[in-house]
Design a protein around this ligand. Structure first.
Ligand code: PEP
Ligand code: MG
Length: 754
């Protein structure tokens, strides 16, 4: 049975369309269980019916025509109960409904199993038998297992088919595709699919008529790609800081490597034409990266394929004209590479949507840096069918609408308009004090990782940097940056904000932030070797970084050092000794630099319970609510399947934050929040009520949070906090805080839904 199951699932995954997929299912199942009939009914949620979508055994003419009202008959019963129904003699059941159009008059045995995804019953898979027959447990579990595996394939096929149907009908998709919200903002634009021109996989194998000529053509194509990359690198110079160009250097290195060029030429010399030889080389090298467990390294496979397609484009045509980009281009692809992103003129790039990738992909980092909404990991995205279509990208909620219906479009147009109006209102707050109605000042600080990502307005607005994620410049290189490179980088950040304080966080790699040149292969990366655990095991990496930070601060004296992922006091003691060592070394070398304040992040439950011991040892604390939420709720922060459960307004998270603030203050130490919660206007009053000393957030949140801050008093914030801390669920707290913001006229600050 297992073999049959795998075969059916494989066939279905490769089916060209939904009808084809369903037909394979019904025929495969009918044969496997020796039934007289197998059919699939899918639920049409809009029309509130179950529709016969495929059958083997009933009349084919009935397919697509026979519908049952939602909740009627045995199909309705299976849907309602969301569990299998196995009846030896179906006509005897009180819910039995005779359907004559299908020709089903004589059937007695009935087994129906629901097809469920994300708690929704998408349809019912049914087998029927003329004779009374109770299906065996094995048969029930076979159908059950199959249905569970098919749900994803059906959703995917459905999304693709609905799009095709759009070409010939006025019907529009109400539904949206879901992915990871990777860069916030809402945009309406037109899809441009990356790389329609060169499909490497479609290149056939052919003999080379003249291997020498093929080799020359290939070398010319590689040279042309090299030129393109250099041009794109220059083009990006205005948008991104020099440190990010390292990415292009890595691609250029890859292009020049033996792996790519020499291996292809070797193949050409064996008598294969250049495109075929290239296809083999790229497939072999991409497969090596694909097989790696590490997400970051897996993403290098897309860089390899990207280079392959570029070379192919030049091989196929000597005159490669770049595609036309509409005014509001939404770049869409199975994989979108950073190079493709760079190809779109900055003023035309409105959004990014990719079927693969996560919020830690290069492209997501770049999109955030450019302030362009992005949704990654939209696994159901039918890339080949969206070219030129209108898209809505909701980078807040990780949603993408393809050819949206007028009502959805109108709603999003309203939201885009509101965002614009809101930003005008927010602009009026620039330069005003970040203080409550009763005059309590709460510094609003910036979270950043790329200096140039932050515009000068945000630099002026923020009262310092509350979290500089040093791993970002490490992630876009192909080796560890040395002390000199790091010093120059930190100097730029410290100088931009001096004399305001800048908190540089020591390297927090591992987890979802792997380095391409320092692979860590673990089955549980978030519970593994990450953050200060790596720093302690590799003091040379830590010491180099701390020396660079200290040297950078010599002229500005506004540095604070923060240690991530602290789980016990010994880590702090040992790291403080290393910081001391770096400081002593520099003094010995003649540098004049003060010892900076050192703080820890509280982002692991153990640190919450040991906050007092930690507070005694350090100069400040900062709560990382992103990881704290992940660890308190046991929810991988990057896993779309459990994204619904990840909620930083969960009462457990708020109570933990409250406890940390109290613990820090008991020892007279300041405590800030630097996770996403700090930039959420719904949480501002709660955090102020707790007495949090500073809030650190991305540039886009600064003015929103300031608005809330300036609209409440500490007393009112405390009242709201007291009520919220008694609530039992995140949804209650969210609704309560939304109502509160509405009451003070700030309802426009929170996004509908979430
Ligand atoms: C956090 O965990 O809340 C945090 C600010 O750090 P990061 O998101 O970089 O893990
Ligand atoms: Mg963290």
């Amino acid at each position: 049975m297992l073999d049959t199951l795998h075969r059916i699932v494989n066939d279905v995954n490769g089916a060209p369309d939904l009808e084809g997929a369903l037909q394979m299912i019904v025929s495969g199942v009918k044969q496997a269980v020796g039934a007289d009939v197998c059919s699939v009914y899918l639920t049409d949620f809009d029309a509130r019916t179950h529709v016969l979508k495929a059958t083997d055994g009933l009349r084919q003419e009935a397919v697509g025509k026979v519908t049952l009202p939602l909740g009627r008959g045995l199909i309705g019963l299976v849907t309602e109960r969301a569990e299998p129904l196995n009846l030896a003699d179906a006509p005897g059941h009180p819910r039995y409904l005779r359907v004559t159009e299908t020709g089903e008059t004589e059937y007695r045995g009935f087994l129906g199993v629901p097809i469920i995804q994300n708690r929704r019953v998408l349809g019912v898979l049914v087998v029927r038998q003329r004779q009374p027959r109770e299906f065996s447990d094995d048969e029930v579990t076979f159908l059950f297992t199959l249905a569970a595996q098919l749900a994803g394939a059906i959703t995917h096929a459905r999304a693709s088919c609905e799009l095709t149907a759009l070409a010939s009908s006025d019907e529009r998709l109400n539904r949206f595709l879901e992915g990871r919200a990777s860069s916030s903002g809402v945009v309406i634009g037109q899809a441009v699919v990356a790389y329609r021109l060169a499909d490497l996989d479609a290149v056939p194998d052919r003999p080379a008529e003249d291997p020498q000529a093929e080799e020359t053509k290939f070398r010319a194509a590689v040279a042309a790609v090299e030129q393109d990359l250099r041009r794109l690198k220059d083009q990006l110079a205005d948008t991104l800081p020099a440190e990010d160009h390292a990415l292009f250097d890595a691609l250029l290195l890859m292009l020049a490597s033996d792996m790519l060029v020499e291996h292809t030429i070797e193949r050409i010399r064996t008598g294969i034409w250049a495109p075929g030889a290239l296809r083999h080389t790229i497939a072999a090298h991409a497969a090596v990266f694909d097989a790696m467990e590490d997400i970051y390294l897996r993403e290098r496979a897309s860089d390899v394929r990207d280079l392959g397609r570029r070379i192919l484009m030049h091989l196929q045509s000597e005159d490669v004209t770049p595609p036309e980009f509409p005014e509001r281009t939404i770049l869409v692809g199975d994989e979108v590479s950073a190079v493709q992103l760079a190809e779109v003129p900055r003023e035309r790039l409105a959004g990014v949507v990719a079927a693969s990738g996560s919020s830690s992909s290069h492209v997501a980092i770049l999109a955030r840096g450019m302030g362009v909404p992005a949704v990654m990991g939209v696994t159901d995205l039918p890339v080949s069918r969206v070219e030129g279509r209108q898209l809505i990208v909701d980078g807040y909620r990780g949603r993408v609408y393809v050819a949206p219906p007028p009502a959805v479009l109108a709603e999003y147009e309203r939201l885009v308009g509101e965002e614009r109006e809101l930003s005008a209102e927010l602009d009026a707050l620039r330069g005003l004090a970040a203080e409550t109605l009763d005059g309590i000042e709460v510094p609003l600080l910036l979270n950043t990782g790329l200096v140039n990502e932050v515009g000068s307005q945000a630099i002026d607005e923020a009262q310092g940097v509350g979290l500089y994620r040093t791993e970002v410049p490490f992630m876009i290189r192909d080796r560890f940056p040395g002390e000199g490179v790091q010093t120059a980088n930190y100097e730029r950040v410290l100088e931009s904000f001096a004399p305001r304080p800048v908190i540089l966080r020591t390297l927090d790699i591992g987890g979802d932030k792997p380095l391409p040149y320092f692979p860590v292969v673990e089955s549980n990366p978030f519970l593994g070797w990450r953050g200060v655990r790596i720093s302690l095991d590799h003091p040379e990496i830590f010491l180099t970084q701390v020396r660079a930070m200290l040297r950078a601060s010599a002229n500005f004296n506004n540095l604070q050092i923060m240690l991530p992922m602290i789980t016990s006091v010994t880590e702090v003691d040992e790291l403080q000794l290393l910081i001391q060592q770096a400081h002593d070394e520099l003094l010995d070398e003649g540098f004049v630099v003060d010892m900076p304040p050192v703080g820890v992040m509280v982002e692991v439950p153990s640190a919450v319970y040991q906050v007092e011991e930690l507070a005694r040892r350090v100069d400040f604390l900062s709560i990382g609510t992103n990881d704290l939420t992940q660890y308190l709720l046991a929810v991988d922060r990057n896993n779309p399947s459990v994204a619904e459960i990840y909620d930083d307004l969960h009462p457990a998270v708020l109570r933990a934050v409250d406890q940390v603030v109290k613990g820090a203050h008991a020892h007279g130490k300041p405590v800030g929040v630097c996770g996403e919660l700090a930039g959420n206007p719904l949480a501002t009053a709660l955090l102020i009520g707790m007495g949090v000393d500073s809030l650190s957030m991305s540039a886009g949140s600064l003015l929103k949070v300031k608005w809330v801050l300036r609209s409440i008093s500490r007393a009112r914030a405390r009242q709201w906090l007291k009520a919220a801390l008694r609530m039992e669920s995140a949804s209650q707290i969210r609704a309560f805080m939304e109502a509160n913001l509405d009451k003070i006229g700030l309802g426009g600050l929170y996004r509908p839904g979430k």
